[in-house]
Design a protein around this ligand. Structure first.
Ligand code: ASP
Length: 356
């Protein structure tokens, strides 16, 4: 892997820190000891070390701070709007977010922010920022440094990325993989964009290459809610599956299958899949495995799914697959156009391999 400690431009950058809630924003109330939200507008007083970075930081606190388990597509739209409204004024953005659903939000934003050419770096922490042993301080400082890094006047990471512990990863390739470890996020099928050690070593070959374009940033805030995730398990019942698939308004399904995209070959199962696809529902096949890609041509069990009209999601995470479905279906395009968008990577969310 080509890892380069880039000599970044020695100019000041301006960063907008968007605070949405989550553990990173908590500190102990000095009187009661209870966890209360931290006021990021006092960021320089709390972390004087930040003054040493060649970065000017402004803070935007979302009107309602949330535990990220409560995040909804309307919250994603609100973050996208803040970025759009401030896009020309800042060189980069850092989004402070709860860890629980951070990969969903980062994936969603990667699709919603069209023509993005500046860094949008998500981060959070496992331990509140006001607790002595917090991991939030390092995550915050590194995320700010990454968001402000430029080479030859251009942002080094012009995409939606997630910085946690010692790695910067493409946002729509990540998932929260540990509820306890400080190294809580993984990018199972795509190399890190940077490794954070004594220096920040950027893997420039893995970072999105954005040509300077005249196209302004556009945000797509309509996300379809007519979607579902179904995880197969041995013994899944026909009535249960039929009930889920016949829900009114269902337009897209992420089907979590076994191994390289395999599913039962029972007649009732394949008939049901075929009926669902024929009704115009888009079914995306994602593997339940921690890493690797769907390859439906490998086994008969996968081939049958493919002939039922199920689409491969290749090595996409479930988080990216569901948010991509929501985004694509939110555009009100024709069925053919939807298929076209699902079959190609839009923001580097999967690696194309084998047969579609
Ligand atoms: N429940 C919290 C959240 O996701 C956990 C965290 O921030 O780490 O908002």
């Amino acid at each position: 892997m080509e890892q380069i400690v880039r000599k970044t431009d020695n100019v000041r950058s301006s960063i907008l820190l968007i605070y949405t809630g989550g553990t990173i924003g908590m500190k102990n109330d000095e009187r009661t000891g209870a966890l209360v939200p931290f006021d990021f507008s006092g960021i320089y007083e709390e972390f004087p070390a930040l003054r040493r970075l060649p970065v000017d930081i402004s803070v935007h606190t979302m009107p309602k701070l949330i535990d990220s388990s409560n995040v909804r597509p309307s919250d994603w739209a609100a973050i996208a709007e803040v970025i759009r409204d401030n896009y020309s004024r800042y060189d980069g953005f850092v989004v402070l977010h709860g860890t629980d659903t951070m990969s969903y939000t980062a994936s969603a934003l990667s699709f919603m922010l069209e023509n993005l050419a500046k860094p949008v770096i998500f981060t959070g922490s496992q331990i509140p920022i006001g607790v002595l042993r917090t991991d939030g301080r390092e995550n915050l400082i590194t995320a700010i440094e990454v968001a402000g890094a430029r080479v030859d006047g251009r942002p080094l990471v012009p995409e939606v990325a997630l910085l946690f512990h010692s790695r910067l990863c493409r946002g729509n390739r990540t998932r929260k993989s540990s509820a306890e470890e400080l190294d809580a996020f993984s990018s199972p099928n795509y190399p890190p964009l940077a490794e954070v050690g004594v220096k920040i070593a950027y893997n420039t070959a893995a970072i999105a290459h954005v040509e300077p374009v005249d196209e302004p940033l556009r945000i797509a805030t309509m996300m379809s809610e007519g979607v579902a995730i179904i995880k197969l398990f041995p013994g899944i019942g026909e009535y249960t599956l039929r009930a889920i698939l016949s829900v009114e308004g269902l337009r897209g399904v992420v089907l979590e299958t076994y191994g390289a995209g395999n599913a039962p070959t029972a007649d009732w199962f394949l008939r049901l899949m075929r009926e669902t696809v024929d009704r115009g529902v888009l079914v995306l096949n994602v593997t339940q495995c921690d890493n690797g890609s769907v390859e439906m041509q490998l086994y008969e069990t996968g081939q049958r799914l493919r002939s039922a009209g199920v689409l491969s999601a290749f090595d996409m995470t479930t988080e990216a697959a569901i948010t991509k479905l929501m985004y694509v279906l939110g555009q009100n395009l024709s069925h053919e156009e939807n298929l076209e968008l699902l079959k190609k990577p839009l923001r580097g969310e999967f690696t194309l391999s084998g047969l579609v």
